[in-house]
Design a protein around this ligand. Sequence first.
Ligand code: CCH
Length: 292
Amino acid sequence: QAAKVAANFTPTKEDYQKVYNRIAEIIDEAGEYDDGSFGPVILRLAWHASGTYDKSTGTGGSNYATMRFEPESLHGANAGLSVARGLMEKVKQEFSWISYGDLWTLGGVAAVQEMAGPKIPWRAGRIDGFAEHATPDGRLPDASQGAPHIRDIFYRMGFNDQEIVALCGAHALGRCHSNRSGYEGPWTFSPTTFTNDFYKLLFEEKWVWKKWSGPKQLEDKTTKSLMMLPTDYVLTQDKSFKKYAKAYADDNDLFFKDFSAAFATLMELGVPTQQFVSSEPWTLKTLDEQKA
Ligand code: CCH
């Protein structure tokens, strides 16, 4: 451990695999928390740390891990992510050499892979920034809105319609918490396993507005135990989005391939190319693969 804090320590792929492994262990140590995994909330941290990117100004993105600072940490969209930042802080105590941006995005990669998702190619090289790099509120999507808003937000990051729809398939995982976003409930019956069920359910279930005092959200007519946000439902209503959502509902391999590519891009938003420690991305192993 002492060697790792020495100034001349240059971490290798193996060192990052050790960090990955520690995150993977923590994902599994959730006990009674939510559906028994910290994976979804760790994934959401990685996404919100990256999704602030604005291609026209080159600001935001994962490079500086600015969600550590107020007011970004207090933005409404980031409610509840202190849970994930706290878990990542435990990892940081053990591997002090890693930057927060690398740590949080590696968390996103570990979450997807450990929850049976596709492999996500990943590169190290983000550096810690300062409070003045923090981004203004309003850069992350508002779930109550429609297709124009989703396009405004994701086009600003540089994504196209196909990538938008692929990325939103992450809602196969996790749930909404009324004390965080105001919305309530999971999208799928297996919220800790990465699948294309989000798209399948969008088309197979009949979705009706939930009658409650909370924000407008949909529930499945059959069991009333699943939910969709207005922005999720738009993926079946907008002609261009619908084409991709249908394709992912019909073809899990296509979804995995497209999600992996779009998510790898998302994790690198805002990071100057010359900062990456390797030109070729690394594919890190799951805990299961290392047992074999
Ligand atoms: Fe999301 N997301 N997301 N989301 N999200 C929420 C939860 C998760 C939107 C809104 C919400 C992506 C895109 C969008 C996850 C990953 C991704 C919640 C509930 C809202 C609201 C938060 C709460 O109450 O805890 C909107 C709007 C969009 C796009 O328009 C993308 C892209 C990703 C990742 C690639 C994950 C995972 C969760 C579950 C978190 C948890 O704690 O279980």
